[in-house]
Design a protein around this ligand. Structure first.
Ligand SMILES: *[C@@H]1O[C@H](CO)[C@@H](O)[C@H](O)[C@H]1NC(C)=O
Ligand SMILES: *[C@@H]1O[C@H](CO)[C@@H](O)[C@H](O)[C@H]1NC(C)=O
Ligand SMILES: *[C@@H]1O[C@H](CO)[C@@H](O)[C@H](O)[C@H]1NC(C)=O
Ligand SMILES: *[C@@H]1O[C@H](CO)[C@@H](O)[C@H](O)[C@H]1NC(C)=O
Length: 361
């Protein structure tokens, strides 16, 4: 996976400010369910990453929309870096024609550690006309870009219809990706992973962009700007963790207490009930796993836990034995289960962005 220059995404920088006036935002309500999350405003936690003119903030500043139009995608970044944390937002994805579109919600430090960055990804991959969104999760540690750890999935609902919470928990012990309160993937830190387990402070990013070259049918289905603008909506913004300066050699911030607090939160506890929901999700909605891709990894990476009931569903290519039906299958299925004002110069961050590994997946 390489990081290509954003300018290829931005064909022009013509402001599209009229659009900003045309949208009326629904009032965002802070939700507190089992996770007991405290939400923040955009101003409290976020800064523009690129194409400010395509970022629309709600009047009360509790939600924002990222637009993709023929001129550019757009993106935001957390103003701070976090040394471990919990990153969450309710997201509603564009509907109808989403081929070639990627919406990403991820943590990274590529702007500071260009050669040995860390990253935790949730990437929504558009689909051909009428077909539901798919998504993938992935991680990199200390520049392990040649060792992708992708898993791909469908969802049990239509993510363009309603808001759903998407969360990344990152602790020194493990990583858990959540949709709403269902854990969908857990990576337990295995000492054999070494630097491949993300361990340097990261920022949270949210972006929408044109990935026509790889995202859908290997690049055959491209973004159709007849349907522009494409808008991804974000609310219930949560950034929890130990705020640090990533380039201090010896951190003046002692994160011990903050990390202990993080580990004590409801979302950090993997209960038997949650493990059951995770199994439920993975057996029904996962359609690719690097852990089962024995062609790519004859010996699965050390953190892989081979679950036999899952393994049986996959071929040696890491893909499902039986072709998964995409069309409409999610519609009838019910789900069971103050910051520092210091603004770092994000120019460097704006110059690099995610681009996909299309590879053979
Ligand atoms: C999380 O909070 C919910 C609601 O308060 C509670 O029912 C549940 O037992 C808690 N889970 C854990 C692991 O603490
Ligand atoms: C929920 O969070 C608030 C503020 O962070 C805290 O005061 C309260 O004790 C928490 N409630 C539970 C049930 O953990
Ligand atoms: C991370 O990468 C840097 C530079 O390549 C290297 O010096 C360092 O030892 C690595 N750290 C870990 C934990 O592997
Ligand atoms: C950080 O704080 C904890 C407890 O608050 C303390 O035990 C520990 O020694 C501190 N570590 C450093 C490096 O200051």
């Amino acid at each position: 996976m390489d990081y290509r220059v954003l300018s290829s995404l931005s064909k022009s920088l013509t402001p599209f400010s009229l659009l900003l006036l045309l949208y009326i935002f629904p009032a965002a309500a802070a939700t507190t369910r089992a996770f007991n999350l405290s939400t923040i405003t955009y101003e409290e936690g976020y800064s523009p990453l690129f194409s400010d003119f395509n970022i629309e903030r709600s009047p009360d500043d509790t939600s924002f929309r990222l637009l993709l139009n023929r001129f550019s995608g757009s993106g935001v970044i957390s103003t701070e870096y976090y040394n471990y944390g919990f990153f969450s937002a309710s997201i509603k994805l564009p509907a109808i024609y989403t081929a070639g579109i990627v919406v990403a919600f991820y943590t990274s430090n590529v702007d500071t550690f260009e050669k040995n960055h860390d990253e935790l990804d949730i990437e929504f991959l558009g689909n051909v006309n009428g077909q539901p969104w798919r998504f993938q999760t992935n991680l990199y540690g200390n520049g392990s870009v040649s060792r992708g750890r992708e898993e791909r999935y469908r969802m049990w609902f239509d993510p363009s219809k309603d808001f759903h919470h998407y969360s990344i928990l990152w602790t020194p012990k493990n990583i858990i990706f959540y949709i709403d309160e269902t854990p969908i993937r857990e990576v337990n830190r295995n000492p054999a992973m070494g630097g491949d387990f993300p361990s340097k402070p990261m920022s949270l990013y949210a972006t929408i962009w044109d990935a026509s070259s790889w995202a859908t049918n290997g690049g055959k289905a491209k973004v159709d700007y007849k349907h522009e603008p494409f808008a991804a909506e974000f609310k219930d913004l949560v950034l929890e963790g130990c705020i640090v300066d990533p380039i201090e050699q010896i951190s003046s911030t002692n994160c011990t207490d903050r990390i202990a607090k993080l580990l004590a939160q409801n979302y950090s506890i993997m209960t038997p009930e949650r493990r059951k929901s995770m199994k439920w999700f993975r057996e029904r909605y996962m359609y690719y796993s690097y852990c089962y891709d024995n062609i790519r990894y004859p010996v699965p990476p050390p953190e892989c836990v081979i679950v036999q009931s899952e393994r049986d569903l996959f071929k040696d290519s890491g893909r499902l034995r039986q072709k998964m039906k995409f069309g409409g299958s999610h519609s009838h299925r019910k789900h069971r289960p103050g910051r520092s004002s210091r603004r770092r110069n994000r120019a460097a961050a704006g110059a690099s962005s995610k681009s996909g590994q299309a590879a053979a997946m």
